[in-house]
Design a protein around this ligand. Structure first.
Ligand code: ATP
Ligand code: MG
Length: 281
């Protein structure tokens, strides 16, 4: 029997169809962005997803940070490799019931090897993660992004809007309270508007620190800047999360902080933010 090879144009057309079919099964996409690095996007993306999954929503996380994929570590699935199904699609890694994820980190054999890719390759992997991963029916797809206004958020926004003109991806901007971070987060807000994303609001992370000995609040990076920026930019303020060493401990040991620390100040702050976001849908 002769096997007819598909032309690149035909393959592209089929992928486009698959992309639309997959995206039709994803109710909402939320992109977690920031202008500055290290403000807690990945931590917030993972906790937001875990918090939603705990409430019974079916959630996927797409780790959109190609150069520094942190989601596998935060969710404790480092070292697990992404597998394919019989049709040649990729199966997301199931973290818990209702929570699945995909990351470049689960494709790499050596975690210490840097990924050196140009823009078009980044676009291809984002398309692949949306079109060829068997996400199934999701209530939310949370996308963790690298800092700044680069290729990755642009690709995700473009791919979603090309495939579905009826929905807009949502965006959450994370910032820390000091002026330099806020300056960058304003850029993120403008970027989200340019990409025609539905801006859900700003989260201020690392807001203040409570002394473990006397409980006194120390404003390491000032406090309240995120809320002021939200007021200035006329977008919602979603809440402030204090610095808590337990966040670092849990993140490093691969368990979402908010699932195990619901009664401390930071845990309650995460819970309130998840509730506020859910109420917006
Ligand atoms: N509220 C918090 N309290 C204490 N530590 C925190 C808090 N939020 C995040 N961290 C810690 O700060 C570090 C950076 O967080 P994270 O990796 O989530 O930031 P990021 O914005 O995703 O960084 P990048 O821009 O590199 O992707 C991590 O070690 C994380 O555990
Ligand atoms: Mg990150």
């Amino acid at each position: 029997m002769m096997i007819k090879e598909k032309t690149p144009a035909k393959e592209k057309q089929e992928e486009k169809k698959r992309l639309r079919e997959r995206l039709l099964r994803i109710k909402h996409t939320i992109m977690v962005m920031s202008g500055k690095g290290g403000v807690g996007k990945s931590t917030i993306a993972a906790n937001l997803a875990a918090g939603m999954a705990r409430q019974g929503y079916v959630v996927g996380i797409l780790d959109g940070d190609i150069h520094g994929p942190n989601i596998p570590k935060i969710l404790g699935v480092e070292g697990r490799t992404l597998k394919g199904d019989k049709e040649g699609s990729m199966l997301p890694i199931e973290v818990y019931k209702n929570l699945s994820m995909v990351s470049v980190g689960n494709l790499l054999e050596d975690q210490d090897q840097p990924v050196i890719w140009r823009g078009p390759m980044k676009h291809s992997i984002m398309r692949h993660f949306l079109a060829n991963v068997v996400w199934g029916d999701l209530d939310f797809l949370i996308v963790d992004l690298p800092p700044g206004t680069g290729d990755e958020p642009l690709s995700i926004a473009q791919l979603i809007s090309e495939a579905r003109s009826d929905v807009k991806p949502h965006a959450v901007v994370v910032t820390t309270p000091q002026d330099v971070a806020l300056l960058d987060s304003r850029k993120s807000v403008e970027f989200a508007k340019t990409l025609n994303l539905r801006l859900m609001g700003i989260i201020e992370n690392m807001s203040s620190f409570s002394c473990p000995h006397c409980g006194h609040a120390i404003d390491l990076f000032k406090v309240g800047g995120g809320e002021r920026a939200a007021v200035d930019l006329q977008i919602p303020f979603l809440g402030a999360i204090p610095i808590d060493p337990a966040v670092v401990r849990d993140t490093d040991s691969g368990r979402p902080f908010m699932l195990h620390n619901m009664n401390c100040v930071a845990g309650m702050a995460f819970t309130r933010i998840v509730e506020k976001i859910l109420k917006m849908f």
